[in-house]
Design a binder for this molecule. Structure first.
Ligand code: MEV
Length: 414
């Protein structure tokens, strides 16, 4: 898709380009530009006590080239600057772009076994009956085997808790292009009665783990010194050291990564809370650490990378019940959960690089406030060209009150 000067286009012109790029139908364009077609009736089928739906702005990040393929990345977010920052950082990786990979979509599901009289014997029984347990568990996944899904393995371990010894059995399940929670939970609930007999105990919790360590995505790229400048490279490296050694900074460092990751996950209708839970727990395996890594290579260029668990879906009920999400996925053009995870990991890395390079040099507030000023101008009633004119005055005067914006607007109109 032609993206140069994309930000200068009107929303209609942008939609026209995206329509052509993703081969959207008129109906799909209507759905996505009407602020989403999530009618109360449709939403009522998704959750409980529905009375409406909330809309978020959706934009596209441009310049993403991942493993040689170009992507237009839909992002749904209320915060200004995130999309611009991701697009700018991605542009600075061109012409090579990002390299990315993703593990097979294996999720971990846990069954907690309690009230076991002989823990040692129970552990032995689990081992002796391994084949049988895998067969029984696997039988609950037969209907999705054609999508590559299946029960791969399990591992049991004992837990010493304040309520005595317990056993946790971690099951490893390939969930294909689904997020996996439903598939995993159904399998666990299905196999639990057999486990109770095998260990002579009680199965308590039977639930997916959001710490998707078997489903990691990796992205890496090089920001060349000729493109970004030596000062930016030093700024990013200093910022990275700060996050590595100070947990208060590390929290915000990772939040900036999740700005990008969540925004894409939301746009394509995914469970971003599970992604958040997995990301931060993964960052805390050992001590809480940055999800990204940076170093300077022998040429003096900056190499950045990210490793992050990403349990994402390109198929499944949550997605298909939300037409806007389905269209956003079509725009993104990711075929399967692994490809989606690869692109999203790149967006997280790009947002982190953008934040560190701005924070360590010019700061983020001037850019941020310019965008904020546009939002205030429009809230004050400015339309069309008035928005930029009013915003410019607000940013120059550093006064972002609606009343002032209204005053400036009146002056222009007179
Ligand atoms: C703001 O939403 C995100 C940042 O604070 C991230 C960071 O500090 O790295 C700018």
């Amino acid at each position: 898709m032609e993206t140069s000067g994309f930000y200068k286009l009107s929303t209609e012109e942008r939609m026209e380009r995206i329509k052509k790029h993703a081969k959207l139908t008129d109906e799909e364009v209507k759905i996505i530009t009407n602020g989403g077609s999530l009618s109360a009736e449709r939403a009522d089928k998704m959750i409980e006590n529905v009375f409406g739906a909330i809309h978020l702005p959706m934009g596209v990040a441009t310049n993403f080239k991942v493993n040689g393929k170009e992507y237009v990345v839909p992002m749904a977010i209320e915060e200004a600057s995130v999309i611009a920052a991701a697009s700018r950082a991605a542009k600075q990786t061109l012409p090579d772009g990002f390299k990315a990979s993703a593990d097979s979509p294996i999720m971990v599901g846990q069954i907690l076994l309690v009230k076991i009289e002989d823990i040692e014997q129970a552990m032995k029984n689990l081992d002796i009956n391994k084949k049988k347990i895998l067969e029984i568990g696997g039988s609950f996944l037969k209907h999705v085997e054609i999508y590559g899904c299946g029960l791969k393995d399990f591992k049991a371990k004992t837990l010493d808790t304040d309520r005595g010894k317990m056993i946790v059995v971690n099951f490893f399940i390939n969930v294909g292009d689904a997020q996996g929670a439903n598939m995993v939970n159904s399998t666990l609930e299905g196999v639990a009665p057999s486990l109770e007999k095998i260990v002579n105990g009680t199965a308590r919790l039977k639930i997916v783990s959001n710490l998707a360590t078997e489903r990691l995505a990796n992205a890496t790229t090089v920001w060349k010194k000729e493109v970004v400048g030596k000062q930016v490279i030093e700024a990013v490296l200093d910022g990275y050291e700060f996050a590595k050694t100070d947990i208060y900074r590390c929290s915000t460092h990772n939040k900036g990564i999740m700005n990008g990751i969540d925004a894409v996950a939301i746009a394509v209708g995914n469970d971003w809370r599970s992604v958040e839970a997995g990301a931060h727990t993964y960052a805390a395996m050992g001590k809480y650490e940055p999800l990204t890594k940076y170093y300077k290579n022998e040429n003096g260029d900056l190499v950045g990378s990210i490793d992050i668990p990403l349990a994402l879906a390109t198929a499944g009920p949550a997605m298909s019940s939300n037409p806007t999400a389905t269209i956003a996925l079509k725009i993104l053009g990711a075929h399967g959960s692994k490809e989606l995870a690869m692109v999203i990991a790149c967006v997280g890395l790009a947002n982190n690089f953008a934040a560190l390079s701005a924070l360590g040099t010019v700061g983020i507030q001037s850019g941020h406030m310019k965008l904020h000023a546009r939002s205030i101008a429009s809230q004050a009633g400015a339309v069309g060209e008035e928005v930029d004119k009013v915003a410019e005055v607000l940013a120059k005067e550093k006064d972002f009150q609606i009343e002032y914006a209204q005053e400036v607007l009146e002056r222009f109109r007179k």
